[in-house]
Design a protein around this ligand. Structure first.
Ligand SMILES: [Zn+2]
Length: 442
């Protein structure tokens, strides 16, 4: 069996991966809060852990691997949106859940084995809070249930933030009902016009951290193998998941913690005000899913990655080449060892992509196809791949710019001529306030 190595954030070193039970390998990744479209930074953990899922399936057999990723479908942002639109939180959460699932599938992410929802685990949450209160790890205060951080001896070992450092650095919220400034919310009260559930501590709703401890225990067991997510979740979210789970169950919560690095856009932090905010939903209008997927795998997952349209285009050209080479090639039955070796070493995806390039260069095309399919590429026929862009993308973009220029000069005859010319090449233009977009003509 292939040996896997992963960098464990908790141990702060790369370790050999040894599952608790090779016949039942379990991985959990924190999923989205479903109140809006996911941005490209949100897609990074999805693609990284999809690669891990594929690798685990390969090594242990898909029947022996369970991958759970939750939907946070109760949250103040969802509630705010529901009020704005005058609909239920379920209407909002199910709408964005569907978009998320479709968009991530376009990026080649396999469906996880389980996608539990927070709102479907209220009984488990209430049970866990009761246990934590009974054991002296939590207390009720003014309709809240708070986790009492000083009750846990080794709080903070994942992030390296001790309780004292948190308080001194004022990285915690101050509230009059807290026994200790570092204590965090398990349950909070809901006013009459807010969404809420009945509980022994009054009508309210859960804090964010609680759901993951309850869902993992239910679907993966009290101790499981891999917990993943973005680096931004290490503190406080994952630290608090550990506190809740280990204080409830008196057991190790997770064997291996894996965290992906940050994503910037054109060298800066993505933000709506800077205009470099890209939702996956918009990007898949302009780019092919496989090219976007590849762009997220061109850096090692623990390193920061810079996203740009240029880098996606580069990936598209790389894929053009692979599609051309493998047009009439049957994939070999085995995934090439060079690809598996690279990914087995802490998911070294840039090295795995380079291994595919080497297979292309050496003319080992059956292996290229098998390795690419394993990584989520070359999933369509060459005909379909090339049909969607019959034109060189740079030429097309130049023509679109000429079209926009003509329109802004009110030179409609020229604009119409360009539109007709593109239509003959199978490309339809759509104008909108945010600019002209193209799609394959029907
Ligand atoms: Zn979580």
């Amino acid at each position: 069996m292939t040996d896997l190595y992963v960098y464990n954030t908790l141990a702060r070193e790369k370790q050999k991966f040894e599952p608790i039970d090779p016949k039942n390998v379990r991985m959990y990744v924190c999923g989205p809060t479903v109140y809006d479209y996911a941005h490209i930074g949100n897609a990074r953990p999805v693609i990284v852990f999809d690669m891990m899922f594929r690798l685990l399936n390969h090594v242990y057999g898909p029947e022996h691997v369970t991958y759970a990723r939750n939907f946070t479908d109760i949250d103040d942002k969802i509630m705010k949106r529901a009020v704005e639109e005058g609909v239920s939180i379920k209407t909002i959460s199910r709408r964005y859940e569907k978009v998320y699932t479709e968009d991530m599938a376009t990026l080649g992410a396999l469906d996880p084995s389980q996608t539990p929802r927070a709102t479907e685990h209220l009984p488990e949450m209430i049970k866990m809070m009761r246990q934590l209160i009974d054991k002296g790890h939590a207390y009720e205060a003014e309709g809240h249930v708070m986790f009492h951080v000083p009750s846990m001896d080794n709080y903070g070992r994942l992030s390296g933030h001790s309780r004292d450092e948190l308080v001194a650095g004022a990285r915690v919220e101050v509230a009059p009902f807290k026994k200790d400034p570092a204590d965090f919310v398990l349950w909070k009260p809901s006013s009459e016009d807010q969404v809420g559930w009945g509980s022994p501590w009054g009508r309210g709703r859960p804090g964010w951290h609680l759901e993951c401890s309850c869902m993992t225990a239910k679907h993966l067991g009290e101790t499981f193998d891999i917990h993943g997510g973005g680096q931004d979740l290490i503190f406080p979210h994952h630290e608090n998941e550990i506190a809740q789970s280990e204080c409830t169950n008196d057991k190790e919560f997770v064997r291996y913690w894996m965290h992906n690095g940050y994503l910037t856009v054109d060298g800066t932090k993505m933000s709506k005000s800077l205009g470099n905010f890209h939702t996956v939903h918009d990007l898949i209008e302009d780019h092919k899913g496989e090219a976007l997927r590849m762009s997220l795998l061109t850096a090692h997952y623990r390193q920061p990655i810079d996203f740009s349209h240029g880098s996606v285009k580069e990936c598209e050209r790389r894929l053009d080449k692979w599609y051309r080479l493998t047009e009439n090639v049957q994939a070999s039955t085995n995934v090439p060892a060079s690809v598996i070796d690279a990914l087995s070493d802490d998911l070294n995806s840039p090295k795995a992509l380079a291994a595919l390039d080497a297979l292309a260069t050496n003319g080992q095309l059956e292996d290229l196809k098998a390795g690419a399919i394993f990584m989520g590429f070359l999933e369509m026929s060459s005909a379909d791949w090339f049909q969607s862009v019959d034109m060189d993308i740079d030429v097309l973009n130049d023509r679109i710019k000429a079209y926009d220029d003509a329109r802004s000069e009110k030179n409609f005859a020229t604009a119409d001529a360009i539109r007709e010319e593109l239509k003959e090449q199978g490309i339809a233009l759509e104008t909108s306030p945010s600019g002209t977009k193209w799609r394959k003509a029907d």
